[in-house]
Design a protein around this ligand. Structure first.
Ligand SMILES: [Fe+2]
Length: 405
């Protein structure tokens, strides 16, 4: 990781150590803002021939990966530079993997951990322009396959970036709404990493430090404070390092299926499920919640565990309200009659039914949902959480949930 103001200027040096013909993968917003010029200038200063693929959409898709690989082949690319938010970085990783494997994404989706496939990949260099996904330090590329109606995750042993460049100057022109929606993803990575049954003292150290920064600085970062944005950028990277190892819980497990079936911004789906899932988890996770309260600066010395644990959800609600995260999904956006389907998709995760809509009806929903979430959830719990996402949550003294922006 290279970090600091102006660190993007070092991109060319890093790429030039092993490559000559980079493909820059980014989105139209970055090109419109002119930010991509800083990457291109650095690459060209080292005499590298760069081609730009800027057709990344708001959700990373298999289609964008295919188009990116075609653009890369036309250029004769030997590496990929991802520049942008979580979608651009995920598509860049997908392009680097498919570009080397020369097989379709569907054939490359595999297991996790010890079962993860050993995927080949072109050298990947990742440069985030949001404090959010932390994709620059993740091995995964979550991609929507809209023909299949499924989210496929490309992830292998060693599908990490060669180099991640964290340059806070690249966040200067980020609109407030995007800063809020990506920031809530980073906060959720930190909170979920503390609330799985795979959390360790190492992942806790990263997650707790990250959530401390985000709880303190995210509102100022959303308002445009450059120093706060710089701190949140580092926190978003730390949060992903935590959840890359401790994995994620039901917030992402539930939101993923909403992203698959409906067109709603990623950060909105994450923000809407954060509070309900935390409330579901708390009774089963008092020590974790007490540690989170300490990290967020919410507890007094000697205060008992249960009252420390009780302070976390109200503080998260206040922050989400302050930065304008919607408190529910609109009934015009998500059809209540599809809750059973959404819940079945939770149980189909990492089974063949994940890729086969017809098999969804017969998926076994009898036991616990396959998730490392600290409190195990049954089908009825999952349905209740989806219903809760349509009702929303309230803050003491605040007006009822607003319609999502
Ligand atoms: Fe996320």
């Amino acid at each position: 990781m290279l970090h600091g103001r102006g660190a993007i200027a070092r991109l060319g040096d890093e790429v030039a150590t092993e490559c000559r013909r980079p493909l820059l993968v980014t989105d139209p917003g970055i090109v419109a803002s002119g930010l991509h010029r800083r990457a291109i200038d650095s690459l060209e200063r080292r005499g590298l021939a760069v081609a730009v693929f800027d057709r990344v959409t708001h959700m990373a898709t298999v289609r964008s990966v295919s188009e990116g690989v075609a653009a890369g082949r036309a250029h004769g690319f030997d590496c990929v530079v991802g520049l942008g938010g979580g979608s651009a970085l995920a598509v860049a990783r997908g392009v680097a993997i498919v570009g080397a494997e020369e097989r379709p994404v569907r054939e490359l989706v595999g297991g996790w951990g010890a079962e993860a496939p050993s995927l080949r990949m072109l050298p990947l260099f990742s440069v985030p322009t949001t404090a959010g996904s932390g994709s620059e330090v993740s091995p995964s590329a979550p991609l929507l396959d809209d023909e299949l109606g499924a989210k496929l995750t490309l992830s292998g042993r060693g599908t990490f970036s060669r180099v991640a460049i964290l340059d806070p100057d690249l966040l200067a022109s980020l609109p407030s709404r995007q800063a809020a929606l990506s920031g809530v993803d980073a906060l959720t990575h930190a909170i979920e990493a503390c609330c799985t049954n795979l959390a360790t003292p190492i992942t806790d150290a990263l997650a707790l430090a990250a959530m401390g920064i985000l709880m303190r600085d995210l509102a100022a970062a959303v308002r445009g404070d450059a120093d706060a944005r710089a701190r949140c950028l580092v926190a978003s990277t730390m949060a992903n390092q935590a959840c890359g190892n401790a994995k994620l819980g039901l917030v992402h497990g539930l939101a993923r299926n909403v992203q698959t079936l409906f067109v709603i911004p990623y950060g909105v789906t994450i923000g809407v499920f954060l509070v309900p899932v935390m409330e579901f988890n708390r009774p089963a996770a008092l020590p974790a919640f007490a540690r989170m309260a300490d990290a967020m600066g919410l507890s007094r010395p000697g205060e008992p565990e249960s009252s420390r644990a009780a302070a976390v959800v109200p503080a998260v609600k206040r922050l989400l309200t302050e930065i304008g995260i919607p408190r529910r999904l609109g009934s015009d956006e998500v059809d209540r009659s599809r809750i059973d389907e959404l819940a079945r998709m939770v149980f189909a995760r990492n089974t063949p039914a994940q890729l086969d809509r017809a098999a969804l009806a017969s998926v076994d929903v009898g036991g616990f949902a396959p998730s490392p979430n600290i409190r195990r959830a049954r089908y009825a719990d999952v349905v209740a959480l989806y219903e809760r996402s349509l009702v929303g949550w309230s803050v003491e003294g605040a007006p009822p949930p607003q319609t999502p922006a």
